[in-house]
Structures are given as structure tokens and as C-alpha cells.
Ligand binder design. Structure first.
Ligand SMILES: [Zn+2]
Length: 123
């Protein structure tokens, strides 16, 4: 991807009176309850001239307050694999591990060992 293309795909939008720039690779919220983290892979417009993200209308997405901060500082975690979501707990060794499906949202892979461990400790 060359620089010219990156600039073209960067987009400034007005949201809640704040100008936020969304670019490829950013995480925004979408899905049925607008609570599922979705990576921006494509920004374009449809034939009506509406902004689309990943070929879906922009209005179906929500922009987290601080896009830059991303999931690492969120106190509320949404599993990228299933619909499960939870609040981050300080004492949890793997705060981004989904206790429903075993998906580690930090390492972006399943960690059944850690899930078994957690189940052992919390049973
Ligand atoms: Zn999950």
C-alpha cells in the first residue's frame, strides 16, 4: 500500500461534535448491539454517496470515545469471537480471555489452557 492510498482511505468524520479520524486498521463498534469490535478494512461510499465501512453503512457503527486507545485500555471487553462481553477485572491474570469461548482477545487466539485454569480457580 503506498502513501497516497493511505491518505485517500483516511477519513475525517464528525461524531458527537468531535472530529475523529478513522483509518484502516482502527477498531470501531458494530454488530447487532454496536458492542462488537470490528476492524476497519475498507472505507468507501455507496452509490447514494453515504459513507460505508467494510461495505456496510457508516450509521450501523459506533466509534469508541478514543479510537487510539483501543481495546488495551477499555474497562469493558467485548469478545471478538462470540457475543460475550464483560468488565475487566484487575486481579484477573488474563483480563481479555473470554470465559465463554476461550478466545484470548489480547493474543487473538484461543487459549483453552488458560480457560481451564480459570474454571478450576473459579469453581
Ligand atoms: Zn468469546
Amino acid at each position: 500500500m503506498n502513501i497516497r492510498k493511505i491518505i485517500r482511505e483516511e477519513l475525517k468524520v464528525i461524531f458527537d461534535d468531535t472530529t475523529i479520524s478513522i483509518k484502516i486498521g482502527d477498531k470501531i463498534l458494530g454488530g447487532k448491539f454496536k458492542n462488537k469490535k470490528i476492524e476497519v478494512k475498507k472505507i468507501s461510499t455507496n452509490d447514494k454517496g453515504d459513507i460505508t465501512i467494510n461495505d456496510k453503512p457508516f450509521l450501523r457503527f459506533r466509534i469508541p470515545k478514543n479510537v487510539e486507545e483501543g481495546k488495551a485500555t477499555d474497562s469493558h471487553i467485548n469478545c471478538e469471537n462470540c457475543e460475550w462481553h464483560w468488565d475487566r477485572e484487575k486481579e484477573d491474570k488474563n483480563p481479555l480471555l473470554c470465559h465463554k469461548c476461550g478466545y484470548d482477545n489480547e493474543k487473538n487466539k484461543f487459549d483453552y489452557k488458560a480457560l481451564d485454569k480459570w474454571k478450576e480457580q473459579n469453581s
